[in-house]
Write a protein that binds this ligand. Structure first.
Ligand code: R5P
Length: 288
């Protein structure tokens, strides 16, 4: 077995290879210094993979990383890889999991269809709608990123966990069980891309150290609203914890009232403080 990482996931790919005690095949991402001036991607495998099971690690966000994923999968097949296990730590386009309006693309399905061209199986993490994975054209499994966050939250001595919406209940429940911490959740309604509204609810957070647990932080609008509510109910410390930290638009401003922000390395950012390499390594070992 060998591991290959796309440029969105180089440190994580190396971490997974180290956990598995297998070779990480390096990749060149630029043909000339500066790459292609028009922004097109370039990949070149710098080691042999013929006859190997190759674990291809690449988050498919932002969009050019999707193209890079397809280039790498194609290069691996042409180089004679025997089996390609796609590890997509953060599955970009996973949140459009159904057709809400006539004529819409089911984006998650569209991306999956193309992954299946060269890959034999897929492991992804804390996916928006795990049920959808059952409809993918290749075997696809969701691995939880919550144990990695749990390791951080345990050492941060948090005494209350909060899910910002009912979609995050399964995440907060798991984090609560792993850390032995009580939890609750809020009802959230999205007004627009940047604004959410929460239904008023009394929370047992007075003088508590609270962590908001979610799958994704995107603009940080959800975190800003929930942090304000926690402060108004007397929480003395607020930590924002997510598996996938996208941190787009005004995210840093929206997060400024948090005492700490933690994300995993499914998406590399300045808030990446824990690695999910052990979780993926365990899942890969279990594939057989
Ligand atoms: C929504 O269902 C997700 O779990 C997150 O709560 C959402 O993506 C966060 O977005 P934002 O940071 O833009 O509020």
């Amino acid at each position: 077995m060998k591991v290959v990482g796309g440029s969105a996931s180089v440190p994580l790919a190396r971490g997974i290879a180290k956990e598995l005690r297998v070779e990480n095949v390096e990749v060149a991402f630029e043909r000339h210094p500066g790459g292609f001036p028009d922004g097109e991607r370039y990949v070149r495998l710098l080691g042999p993979v013929a006859g190997e099971q190759v674990v291809l690690v690449q988050t498919t966000h932002p969009d050019p990383m999707i193209v890079e994923f397809f280039l790498l999968a194609d290069a691996l097949r042409d180089a004679g890889a025997r089996r390609i296990t796609a590890v997509i730590p953060y599955f970009g386009y996973g949140r459009q999991d159904k057709r809400f309006l006539d004529g819409e693309a089911v984006s998650a399905k569209a991306i999956a269809k193309h992954i299946a061209v060269d890959c034999d199986e897929l492991l992804t993490m804390t996916f928006h709608n795990a049920e959808l994975l059952k409809t993918f054209p290749i075997p696809a499994r969701e691995i939880s990123g919550i144990p990695a966050l749990g390791r951080f939250l345990k050492s941060a001595e948090v005494d209350f966990l909060l899910a910002p919406d009912d979609n995050a209940i399964r995440f907060v429940k798991e984090a609560g069980a792993l850390t032995g911490t009580p939890w609750d959740y809020l009802e959230k309604k999205r007004v627009d891309s940047h604004t959410v509204r929460i239904t008023p609810k009394k929370l047992a957070v007075k003088r508590k150290s609270v962590a908001i647990v979610d799958d994704v932080i995107s603009t940080g609008g959800t975190i800003a609203t929930v942090t304000k509510e926690l402060r108004s109910q007397g929480a003395h410390r607020v930590i924002s914890a997510c598996v996938h930290g996208l941190f787009v638009d005004n995210a840093e401003t929206n997060l400024k009232d948090c005492d700490d922000v933690v994300a995993t390395d499914t998406v590399q950012s300045p808030h990446t403080k824990v690695s999910v390499a052990p979780e993926f390594a365990a899942a890969i070992r279990a594939l057989g």
